[in-house]
Design a protein. Sequence first.
Length: 435
Amino acid sequence: MEFNSLDAQRDACESYIASQRQEGWIRLDGSYDDGGFSGGTMERPGLKRLMADIERGLVDTVVVYKVDRLSRSLSDFAKLIEMFDRHNVTFVSVTQQFNTTTSMGRLTLNILLSFAQFEREVIGERIRDKFAASKRKGIWMGGVTPLGYEVRDRQLIIHEADAQAVRLIFESFLRLKSVARVAHELPALGVSSRARVSRTGRPFGGTALDRGAVYKILNNPIYIGKIRHKDQIYDGRHAPIIAQEVWDRVHDLLRVSPRRKSPSSKRKSRAPLTGVLKCGGCMSAMTPVHTRKSCGKLYRYYSPSSYLRGGCPTCPIKRIAAREIEALVVSQLQTIFASPEMIMRVWKDAARQDRSINDHAVRDALSDLLPIWNELFPKEQERLIALMLETVVIHPDAVDIRVRAEGLESIVRELDRQKKRREDGHDGPMRIAAE
């Protein structure tokens, strides 16, 4: 039976080092653990400390329990082995005997790592297939709970008070025949987004529904008992809030009078990475572009500006799907924000301005920041990106993200101020504004 915990893996590595004492091996104090972090990314605090210590000449042998404990990515692992070679560092796996100083050892290592990456990709495919199959069966697979429902035992159950607000939105659109006018009228009717509480107990949401939010509600088939997966609609297992007849009347109106946005507002609200996204080949800015298929669906992309001006042979990526890269950046920021190094760095910067802020406040603010991303208005998302990120550089096999620590410090102080105001009884929606 294999070890399956960090403690057990560490014990195995320490025992192996002890067995090599006659070779002059000495175990360093401490360890480089990355519990809770995926082996598919280099953004791990333990790995970064290890690389820094290797650069300083403090490590000459790296011992791991299994190869995939260091990295599950073939390209990332190749970079690590190249770094080890530059600093004459030997790599040892306790359960997979090989020596990286020989050609046969390197071949064995590459084969093992290829299988590790293959296993990771197969697991990902199985998860995606299971997700798609579950949606085809009408099963709710999680995410932000739609207004009008609550989740019990992984099932969508109608929340009657919120459901009444959804019905009011559909009825108002049938009466006013304008999404903008409905959004303008809702605050007077007491309709807002659902107030939620984060895992750390911080409230968010409860804000006015803008035009985009109203449009999404009117187009969400969840309200007629359906489940959407990509471009397909399936019968759901949950009860509908809106009758099919009402839905059909609303969509007849939407087809006659579709939502309109000016080119400038569309560009600003639908491309939050504008100004920070760069091509790794020519380092030119990635410009937001879009195409519209014959079915009318809009597809958003980012393309290097030099390529758009007439082509650039050094651009490794001609264009990338906007939704894909935006989701990847948010996912990587979650990993970066959870690292102890980032928490300490932001805390030191914030404490210079406000000594009442402690590291726990910083950790809470950073952990709450991205979960409220979808609750923010597009302009607030754009301000957040400008504050948090310096650059995001896209390469064929990697994405390099440079974070603005000083921007995070101002966000943390603002969130901490708002938290204290709410604790003092001052209600109000959460807002993120540049200082």
